[in-house]
Design a protein around this ligand. Structure first.
Ligand code: GLN
Length: 188
Protein backbone atom coordinates (compact mmCIF):
# COMPACT_ATOMS: atom_id res chain seq x y z
CA UNK A 1 0.00 0.00 0.00
CA UNK A 2 1.47 3.31 -1.12
CA UNK A 3 0.10 6.75 -0.24
CA UNK A 4 0.75 9.79 -2.41
CA UNK A 5 0.93 13.38 -1.21
CA UNK A 6 0.17 16.05 -3.77
CA UNK A 7 3.43 18.03 -3.74
CA UNK A 8 2.81 21.04 -5.96
CA UNK A 9 2.56 23.55 -3.11
CA UNK A 10 1.90 23.69 0.64
CA UNK A 11 2.99 21.55 3.60
CA UNK A 12 3.36 18.21 1.82
CA UNK A 13 6.61 17.40 3.63
CA UNK A 14 4.89 17.41 7.05
CA UNK A 15 2.25 15.00 5.69
CA UNK A 16 4.90 12.64 4.38
CA UNK A 17 6.43 12.43 7.85
CA UNK A 18 3.02 12.03 9.50
CA UNK A 19 2.09 9.20 7.11
CA UNK A 20 5.39 7.48 7.83
CA UNK A 21 4.81 7.85 11.58
CA UNK A 22 1.44 6.16 11.02
CA UNK A 23 3.27 3.27 9.32
CA UNK A 24 2.62 4.01 5.62
CA UNK A 25 4.89 4.16 2.62
CA UNK A 26 4.50 7.71 1.34
CA UNK A 27 5.61 9.30 -1.94
CA UNK A 28 5.30 12.79 -3.38
CA UNK A 29 2.99 13.18 -6.38
CA UNK A 30 3.72 15.85 -8.99
CA UNK A 31 2.64 14.26 -12.26
CA UNK A 32 -0.10 12.05 -13.69
CA UNK A 33 2.46 9.21 -13.84
CA UNK A 34 3.16 9.56 -10.10
CA UNK A 35 -0.57 9.44 -9.42
CA UNK A 36 -0.91 6.10 -11.18
CA UNK A 37 1.42 4.42 -8.67
CA UNK A 38 -0.50 5.25 -5.46
CA UNK A 39 -3.47 3.66 -3.65
CA UNK A 40 -4.65 6.83 -1.93
CA UNK A 41 -3.80 10.52 -1.99
CA UNK A 42 -3.39 13.32 0.55
CA UNK A 43 -3.97 16.91 -0.61
CA UNK A 44 -2.15 19.12 1.91
CA UNK A 45 -2.78 22.58 3.30
CA UNK A 46 -1.40 25.59 1.50
CA UNK A 47 -3.18 28.03 -0.77
CA UNK A 48 -6.03 26.43 -2.66
CA UNK A 49 -6.07 29.08 -5.43
CA UNK A 50 -2.37 28.51 -6.16
CA UNK A 51 -2.82 24.74 -6.01
CA UNK A 52 -5.68 24.96 -8.50
CA UNK A 53 -3.53 26.95 -10.92
CA UNK A 54 -0.68 24.46 -10.64
CA UNK A 55 -3.08 21.51 -11.07
CA UNK A 56 -4.37 23.09 -14.26
CA UNK A 57 -0.84 23.86 -15.50
CA UNK A 58 0.24 20.23 -14.91
CA UNK A 59 -2.90 18.85 -16.55
CA UNK A 60 -3.65 17.13 -13.24
CA UNK A 61 -7.06 18.56 -12.37
CA UNK A 62 -9.13 16.08 -14.43
CA UNK A 63 -6.79 13.23 -13.50
CA UNK A 64 -7.35 13.91 -9.81
CA UNK A 65 -11.12 14.09 -10.26
CA UNK A 66 -10.92 10.68 -12.02
CA UNK A 67 -8.61 9.24 -9.36
CA UNK A 68 -11.13 10.22 -6.67
CA UNK A 69 -13.87 8.21 -8.38
CA UNK A 70 -12.07 4.99 -7.44
CA UNK A 71 -9.50 5.74 -4.76
CA UNK A 72 -9.49 7.48 -1.37
CA UNK A 73 -8.46 11.12 -1.07
CA UNK A 74 -7.83 13.00 2.19
CA UNK A 75 -7.79 16.81 2.00
CA UNK A 76 -6.55 19.04 4.82
CA UNK A 77 -7.39 22.74 4.93
CA UNK A 78 -6.66 23.96 1.36
CA UNK A 79 -7.00 20.29 0.37
CA UNK A 80 -10.46 20.21 1.98
CA UNK A 81 -11.41 23.26 -0.10
CA UNK A 82 -10.35 21.38 -3.24
CA UNK A 83 -12.42 18.30 -2.35
CA UNK A 84 -15.65 20.21 -1.71
CA UNK A 85 -18.31 20.66 -4.34
CA UNK A 86 -19.11 24.25 -3.42
CA UNK A 87 -16.58 26.92 -2.42
CA UNK A 88 -17.38 30.45 -1.24
CA UNK A 89 -15.56 33.68 -0.41
CA UNK A 90 -14.64 33.89 -3.14
CA UNK A 91 -16.23 31.25 -5.31
CA UNK A 92 -13.74 28.99 -7.03
CA UNK A 93 -13.76 25.70 -8.87
CA UNK A 94 -13.04 22.45 -7.04
CA UNK A 95 -12.85 18.70 -7.58
CA UNK A 96 -16.32 18.07 -6.13
CA UNK A 97 -15.40 14.70 -4.62
CA UNK A 98 -17.44 15.37 -1.47
CA UNK A 99 -20.84 16.92 -0.95
CA UNK A 100 -19.61 19.88 1.15
CA UNK A 101 -20.02 23.64 1.11
CA UNK A 102 -16.98 25.49 2.44
CA UNK A 103 -16.23 29.12 3.12
CA UNK A 104 -12.57 30.05 2.79
CA UNK A 105 -10.66 31.99 5.47
CA UNK A 106 -13.82 31.97 7.48
CA UNK A 107 -12.37 32.63 10.94
CA UNK A 108 -11.30 36.10 9.82
CA UNK A 109 -7.95 37.80 9.60
CA UNK A 110 -7.71 38.75 13.30
CA UNK A 111 -7.61 35.12 14.39
CA UNK A 112 -5.49 33.69 11.61
CA UNK A 113 -4.56 30.59 13.52
CA UNK A 114 -5.33 28.79 16.76
CA UNK A 115 -4.74 25.50 18.54
CA UNK A 116 -7.61 23.79 20.33
CA UNK A 117 -8.26 20.42 21.99
CA UNK A 118 -11.21 18.55 20.54
CA UNK A 119 -13.03 15.34 21.37
CA UNK A 120 -15.97 13.39 20.07
CA UNK A 121 -17.44 9.89 20.25
CA UNK A 122 -15.01 8.88 17.50
CA UNK A 123 -12.08 10.59 19.24
CA UNK A 124 -12.71 10.18 22.98
CA UNK A 125 -9.15 11.19 23.92
CA UNK A 126 -8.44 14.91 23.26
CA UNK A 127 -7.11 15.63 19.79
CA UNK A 128 -4.96 18.73 19.29
CA UNK A 129 -6.22 20.63 16.25
CA UNK A 130 -4.13 23.37 14.60
CA UNK A 131 -6.15 25.80 12.47
CA UNK A 132 -4.30 28.09 10.03
CA UNK A 133 -6.40 30.49 7.95
CA UNK A 134 -8.91 27.68 7.93
CA UNK A 135 -12.13 27.36 6.00
CA UNK A 136 -15.42 26.60 7.75
CA UNK A 137 -17.58 23.77 6.47
CA UNK A 138 -21.01 25.42 6.18
CA UNK A 139 -22.93 22.42 4.93
CA UNK A 140 -22.55 18.66 4.51
CA UNK A 141 -24.63 16.29 2.41
CA UNK A 142 -26.70 13.45 3.93
CA UNK A 143 -24.04 10.92 2.90
CA UNK A 144 -21.34 12.68 4.96
CA UNK A 145 -20.38 11.66 8.47
CA UNK A 146 -19.12 14.35 10.84
CA UNK A 147 -16.35 12.90 13.03
CA UNK A 148 -15.37 15.99 15.04
CA UNK A 149 -16.83 19.47 15.46
CA UNK A 150 -15.36 22.70 16.75
CA UNK A 151 -17.73 25.43 17.94
CA UNK A 152 -20.65 23.62 16.33
CA UNK A 153 -19.02 23.38 12.89
CA UNK A 154 -17.76 20.13 11.35
CA UNK A 155 -13.94 20.05 11.17
CA UNK A 156 -13.32 16.38 10.35
CA UNK A 157 -15.75 14.76 7.93
CA UNK A 158 -15.78 11.56 5.92
CA UNK A 159 -17.92 10.56 2.98
CA UNK A 160 -17.44 7.07 1.67
CA UNK A 161 -13.79 6.63 0.81
CA UNK A 162 -12.90 10.32 1.22
CA UNK A 163 -12.12 12.46 4.24
CA UNK A 164 -11.42 16.15 4.96
CA UNK A 165 -10.03 18.08 7.93
CA UNK A 166 -10.12 21.88 8.14
CA UNK A 167 -7.25 21.67 10.65
CA UNK A 168 -3.71 20.30 10.25
CA UNK A 169 -3.28 16.80 11.75
CA UNK A 170 0.16 16.59 10.09
CA UNK A 171 1.50 19.26 12.48
CA UNK A 172 1.00 17.27 15.68
CA UNK A 173 2.49 13.99 16.87
CA UNK A 174 -0.95 12.35 17.15
CA UNK A 175 -1.37 9.78 14.35
CA UNK A 176 -5.05 8.95 14.82
CA UNK A 177 -6.40 11.02 11.93
CA UNK A 178 -3.83 9.74 9.43
CA UNK A 179 -4.40 6.20 10.70
CA UNK A 180 -8.10 6.55 10.01
CA UNK A 181 -7.31 7.52 6.42
CA UNK A 182 -4.93 4.56 6.09
CA UNK A 183 -7.78 2.27 7.19
CA UNK A 184 -9.89 3.67 4.35
CA UNK A 185 -7.13 3.00 1.84
CA UNK A 186 -6.76 -0.55 3.18
CA UNK A 187 -10.48 -1.09 2.69
CA UNK A 188 -10.10 0.14 -0.90
N1 GLN B 1 -6.53 29.93 3.40
C1 GLN B 1 -6.14 28.85 2.52
C2 GLN B 1 -7.06 28.75 1.31
O1 GLN B 1 -8.07 29.36 1.29
C3 GLN B 1 -6.11 27.54 3.27
C4 GLN B 1 -5.14 27.62 4.42
C5 GLN B 1 -4.42 26.35 4.75
O2 GLN B 1 -4.41 25.38 3.98
N2 GLN B 1 -3.77 26.34 5.88
O3 GLN B 1 -6.76 28.06 0.39
Amino acid sequence: MKIGILALQGDFEAHRKALERAGAEAVEVRTAEDLETVDGLVIPGGESTTMLKLLRAEGLFERLAQFGKHKPVFGTCAGAILLANEVHSPRQESLGLMNLTVERNAYGRQIDSRIVQLRSDEFPEPLEAVFIRAPIIRGVGPEARVLIEYDGDPVLVEQGRHMVATFHPELTADSRVHSRFLDKVRQG
